[in-house]
Design a protein around this ligand. Structure first.
Ligand SMILES: C[S@@+](CC[C@H](N)C(=O)[O-])C[C@H]1O[C@@H](n2cnc3c(N)ncnc32)[C@H](O)[C@@H]1O
Length: 289
């Protein structure tokens, strides 16, 4: 929330985790869900509120920051929202969902369109609780499934800061040939999988020429953002890789300056994914973001 407030211009008011802004829709790094056509509508009774919502759309996700019981009573009168738990690389839900909240007992904030097919932007997966050695794999699952940014089978990829091996596992499962690099060892069962070449070393000492041409650069290294930026620029100028996916991790304070430098990279897109913690994901594609 502090990051979002710093990022947004023309903030009008804040309601729980909802920020209302004036003017056109803003593209943000930090918003989980953007309500695209929000309107404020007064109402008298619960049934009237439900009627208003039904007249504006079919499926609704509710957000409640106060008046919880009243919100629930209204939501109960709307068609039931079925679970939208995703499978990895599954098709995205097609039916749009609106979002609404109560600003006070008699005032609806309603948006029949949002920028996500998931309720309030909450993306859940049918997780694999057995194989991956860490939950970091969910970041790649989200990026690949929801944003469609993904490598193809047979491509050569590098995974920096790969231990214990969640990302390496995802990439290997997708049919990629993975050069997996960390100072710490990979989980044993991941290390045994085919198409993985593990290098136990400091990522910052590895030169692009040591690895050669790759299709994708992945990094989930814990390091200062400026250090990661240097590594990315180094690889970009080598001409040996065109596509990048990295987690920019913040220790303590958010480094807005370096974040802005990442934003200035050509074709870079940065998003705080649902599965990101105090970090954001940047991806840079060869042609378009
Ligand atoms: C968050 S973990 C990565 C998790 C991994 N993506 C997964 O899915 O399991 C960050 C990793 O960065 C590694 N790391 C930190 N500094 C590094 C460096 N200079 N060189 C190589 N690895 C480094 C750490 O050893 C740690 O394993």
């Amino acid at each position: 929330m502090p990051e979002l407030l710093k990022e947004l211009k023309d903030v009008q008011s804040v309601h729980g985790s909802l920020v209302l802004t004036n003017g056109p829709i803003q593209n943000t790094v930090w918003a989980q869900n953007i309500w695209l056509n929000a309107e404020i509508i007064p109402f008298e009774s619960i049934s009237q509120a439900a009627k208003i919502l039904k007249s504006k759309g079919k499926l609704w996700a509710h957000y409640s920051f106060e008046n919880h019981r009243r919100t629930e009573l209204i939501q109960e009168q709307l068609p039931k929202l079925r679970s939208r738990v995703m499978n990895f690389l599954g098709d995205l839900p097609k039916d749009p969902i609106g979002a609404w909240t109560l600003l006070d007992k008699n005032t609806l904030l309603v948006s029949s369109e949002t920028n996500s097919p998931f309720p309030l932007g909450n993306i859940e997966f049918n997780e694999d609780k057995k194989t991956p050695p860490s939950r970091a794999y969910l970041k790649l699952w989200e990026l690949f499934t929801v944003y469609g940014v993904k490598p193809s089978p047979g491509q050569r990829v590098v995974d920096f800061g790969s231990c214990p091996g969640g990302w390496t596992w995802v990439l290997q499962q997708m049919g990629c040939n993975v050069v997996s690099i960390d100072r710490a060892p990979l989980d044993e069962k991941i290390a045994k999988l085919p198409r993985i070449q593990f290098m136990k070393t400091n990522a910052f000492n590895v030169k692009p020429e040591d690895i050669g041409a790759i299709d994708w650069f992945f990094s989930d290294i814990i390091c200062y953002p400026a250090k990661l930026l240097e590594l990315v620029k180094n690889w970009q100028s080598s001409g040996l890789c065109a596509n990048f996916v990295c987690t920019i991790k913040f220790q303590g304070k958010t480094d807005f300056e370096t974040l802005a430098e990442f934003q200035r990279l050509e074709n870079a897109r940065i998003q705080h994914l649902h599965h990101n913690k105090h970090e954001v994901t940047v991806w840079i594609r060869k042609s378009s973001p």
